[in-house]
Design a binder for this molecule. Sequence first.
Ligand SMILES: [Zn+2]
Length: 324
Amino acid sequence: MNYIVFDLEWNQSSTGRVIKNQYGALPFEIIEIGAVKLNDSMKIISSFDRLIKPQVYLKMHRAVEKLLPISMRDLMKGKMFQEACEEFFEWCGEDPVFVTWGDSDLLQLQRNMRYFGISHDFDKPLLYVDAQRIYSEQFLDGVKCVSLSVAVDALEIPKGKSYHRALYDAQYTALTFAKLDPYLVRTHYSIDTFCIPETEAEEICLTEEDIQQYVSAGYKTKEEVTDNRFLKSTRCFLCDANMRRLVNWFCDNGRNYYAAFSCKEHGKITGKFRIKTTDDGRYYAVRTFMLSDNRGVKEIRDRRTREQDRLKQREESLKAFGQE
Ligand SMILES: [Zn+2]
């Protein structure tokens, strides 16, 4: 495996006005790329680090200035994004598997590439390792996300370098990644959705051992996505048999949908999906089915109870408000 752990730093408009060109918008302009390459025993064998000369936002946003130990003057000595990007992919080598903390870095990299008119032959579908998600699967509830520094502290990784420099963050991510369960890493690839499937025929359905991920095509409305019958499928992703519904699909806080099933042959199976939007305003769904157990089903049941309580409380407070 050619693991490339990378991290980006970016700046944004100091006035709040997002610059667009014929290719699309650039909400965040990359100002630093840092990366490390790992060998099969998860040791760092090579590093990459480039400061990028800003071409779009020439003033540091206040929040970025506070967070990053880099000044505009430093950045002006940096490389043009086009050149740094080319050097980065050359350094990555053949068939890189990207590892990042969260899902933003790969997205912002591709947005910047689109803005600057850089094309690159990414795999389709592009699978990557989101170490933050796997960390949550292994140590938290699989939904909650924590910052890199929280994970570094929890895993007692020695510190010495400051955060928010791309190379150091990439190193910390690599050290965290090395402590993740290899089985979870192997079965929990994330699917990059910067370029979603154009048609139903191109939809992505990826099954790795006891987990299946599905990315739908894009639709004009949210309803068109949730009406897609395959999305709320009640068939087992392993044997295609009809499953018994234990908890029917329900929506939690308007964002995530959950359900729990039982397959005669494969036992408990939990499902979750989320509706997302593309840069051009289309809606699509990302769904995960996984083998589970009584505990997993209970978690979903509890989640539904909490959601029902929340709705009930809201209704009551609305009623009380109406009576005043
Ligand atoms: Zn089954």
